[in-house]
Design a protein around this ligand. Structure first.
Ligand code: ADP
Length: 680
């Protein structure tokens, strides 16, 4: 016979009426144990037991049972494909080490035959079942892989079938261990194995009348079947419980994956960190049924964090707008140092919280009973914290699954923040490039037009001075002063051009400080006065309101803006006119400064274009005022730099103009000075 054939196929061939069935591994284990227990129950007289294991390792799990079985019979044969030390031997029972290629290595058999009892289990592992090294990918969450293995075959108490199975297996044993031939022959004789139908003994005659029946009726054998059934039920229960647990863990895992997915999707869709953080707090807070879930940005060296993103369950007090102190917060410091999250089951009685008055105050004020702080890290760098609060009793016992989930979300949030940061950097870079591009076009404009005109005038003047030495002195003076005026204009133009280019490309250093608008206005006016002392100028009135708050801006730049606007107002207002400077707190809680004149005014469609580079109403060539056309463009850059706005208004031609701009206020400050009205 060939050892590569399957015992199951051989058996089915000889007994065509037997139909194989599908068994899960757990059922086979239960059935095998129940059959072995039947032998151990000592009601069988020296039965024949043949057990064939696919691999040595499966046998090893059962070896102790076979030692006990050996007390019941000397006809016990155990087969397995050896892996380490399993070999052909005769000890408590006969061991038969079959070859790897043997069909037996795909099969699982157990045959028990006694005088008044026979059961057999003859199965082959299904090809679609899990191979030992290759686990089913779709089930790799929480399910015990072994339970997914499937076998096809028969389990029966049909004595005919059992005898045939015993015959096939004994034949195979003799191939491996010929020295057992006589012992096996003894078993054959005793149980009538391999005897053809005509020569069958009494038992077979009795049985032949049941040949169409799958199982021997219970009254045929006087064996107590109770332990068998009990055993099966216990196994069934155990597998059911295992399955139930596996499904529960799969469901939890699926929920967790859905949550992480929805947050990941939000992250992919949005490059706006606020949006991402809001989605993350909402989803996480809801999923973990927290009272409050917060995510805030915080770096290891930060002193404070402002709470902006929050999930709240109904009836819980919001902490949005609160400032968390981080510098002396023992929990935050431990997280920043170790990069690991911290959970507190009960804030009442927690040493870390009690040791810090600020923390215990917050815990009390916002009824935080249990809390968790998880760092948002990216490549080891702390970017923020995910914080969960539970406010009700009993305190929340943190489960490992929850902690893992929060960690997973924190990781997603970390990548989202970095992604947004990278995008912002890219935007920044883009803006810088655009600014450079603007500088380039500025340069082309200035060299192509604005600089060429004065330069040619200077050239003409100097050339005539050089080529005509006889030129009258008076004319020489005119030539020289024209050249000087134009070179001064060029100097101003180049200076303004550089200032604007630096502002536009972000190469300007800002030094914001707390200032009073009054002192800045005074400085601007006095600077203006020294410059234009000789000419007759309109009257400048400073009407700064009382009790104005301090403002936050770079003082030098602020004076520059004021000076330029006042300078324009003077240029476009006749000497008998008037210029008024006012300042008030506006609806947006900014300080609004207004410089109003009674001059030539601006037409409505020009109110915005006056801020364009090189815009001058009368055109550069017909200029009478000596400006560069860059002043207002520079002012807009400066004001936008501190977060303010600048605009012009006018009631029309010759009805005067007003220039307005806003400056941020220093929070909580109030200036207490008497109102001053100054006039020039
Ligand atoms: P300039 O150096 O020519 O003053 P600006 O950018 O400061 O350049 O101003 C641009 C143009 O806006 C001016 O040439 C003028 O036409 C108009 N403008 C500015 N301020 C006033 C004002 N107070 N009244 C009327 N027109 C003004």
């Amino acid at each position: 016979m060939s050892i590569s054939t399957s015992v199951l196929s051989d058996l089915l061939q000889t007994l065509p009426h037997v139909r194989p069935q599908l068994y899960f591994k757990a059922s086979l284990t239960a059935l095998s144990h129940a059959m072995e227990d039947q032998v151990l129950a000592a009601t069988l007289d020296h039965p024949l037991v043949i057990a064939s294991f696919q691999r040595e390792r499966f046998y090893r799990q059962e070896a102790h049972r076979y030692q006990r079985l050996a007390d019941r019979s000397n006809q016990i044969y155990v087969l397995a494909a050896p892996e380490t030390d399993f070999s052909n031997s005769s000890g408590y029972y006969e061991k038969i080490a079959f070859e790897q290629e043997d069909g037996l290595s795909q099969e699982w058999h157990l045959v028990v035959v006694a005088q008044n009892y026979a059961t057999c289990l003859v199965c082959r592992e299904s090809s679609g079942s899990v191979s030992k090294n290759n686990q089913m990918p779709e089930l790799n969450i929480g399910l015990d892989m072994e339970t997914a293995r499937r076998f096809e075959g028969i389990w029966t108490s049909d004595r005919l079938v059992c005898l045939k199975a015993a015959e096939l297996l004994l034949e195979r044993i003799v191939v491996y261990r010929p020295e057992l031939a006589s012992k096996i022959e003894h078993a054959r004789q005793r149980f009538g194995i391999g005897v053809d139908n005509a020569n069958r003994g009494v038992t077979q005659d009795l049985l032949s009348s049941y040949s169409k029946v799958e199982e021997i009726p219970l009254d045929f054998c006087d064996i107590d079947t109770d332990p068998f059934v009990q055993r099966l039920v216990t196994y069934l229960q155990a597998s059911q419980y295992k399955l139930h647990k596996a499904y529960r863990s799969i469901a939890a895992q699926a929920r967790k994956e859905r949550l992480i997915n929805s947050i990941t999707t939000a992250i992919r869709r949005s490059l706006n960190p606020h949006e991402v953080l809001q989605v993350a707090v909402e989803e996480l807070g809801q999923h973990l049924e927290a009272s409050r879930c917060l995510i805030y940005r915080a770096q290891a060296s930060d002193a404070i964090a402002k709470i902006e993103h929050e999930f709240l369950s109904p009836g819980v007090l919001s902490v949005v707008g609160q400032t968390w102190h981080l510098q002396n917060n023992p929990l935050f410091q431990a997280i920043a140092q170790q990069g690991e999250g911290i959970s507190v089951v009960n804030t009442v009685g927690d040493d870390r919280i009690n040791s810090d008055s600020e923390l215990s105050l917050i815990a009390k004020k916002f009824a935080i009973r249990s809390m968790l702080m998880e760092p948002v890290l990216f490549q080891g760098r702390l970017l923020g914290i995910v914080e969960l609060h539970y406010c009700s009793l009993p305190p929340h016992q943190w489960q490992p699954g929850e902690l893992d989930l929060v960690k997973a979300i924190a990781t997603q949030v970390g990548s989202a923040l970095i992604q947004a940061e990278a995008y912002a950097n890219l935007e920044d870079l883009n803006q810088q490039l655009e600014a450079l591009d603007r500088t380039r076009s500025n340069l082309i404009a200035i060299t192509g037009h604005e600089l060429r005109t004065p330069l040619s005038t200077i050239q003409v003047c100097l050339e005539s001075l050089a080529s005509e030495p006889d030129m009258p002195l008076e004319l020489q003076q005119v030539m020289l002063s024209t050249a000087l005026t134009d070179s001064e204009r060029m100097r101003k133009l180049v200076q303004d051009f550089l200032t604007l280019s630096n502002l536009e490309s972000g190469r300007v250093q800002w030094h914001p400080e707390s200032l009073t608008i009054e002192e800045c206005v005074e400085l601007a006016i006095s600077r203006f006065r020294t410059r234009s002392a000789t000419e007759k100028q309109p009257k400048i009135k400073s009407k700064i309101a009382q009790n104005l708050p301090l403002i936050r801006a770079d003082g030098d730049w602020l004076v520059e803006v004021l000076a330029k606007i006042v300078d324009n107002a003077c240029k476009f207002t006749p000497p008998q006119g008037e210029i008024t400077i006012k300042a008030n707190r506006n609806k947006e809680q900014m300080l609004e400064v207004t410089v109003a004149d009674t001059g030539r005014g601006i037409e409505p469609n020009r109110l915005e274009v006056v801020f364009d580079r090189f815009y001058q109403e009368e055109g550069a060539l017909r200029r009478t005022t000596g400006g560069t056309g860059l002043g207002l463009a520079i002012c807009r850059q400066i004001v936008n730099g501190w977060g303010g706005e600048i605009w012009a208004s006018s009631r029309g031609k010759d009805k005067g103009s007003e220039f307005h701009f806003t400056i941020p206020i220093v929070e909580g400050s109030q200036e207490h000075k008497r109102s001053k009205v100054k006039s020039q």
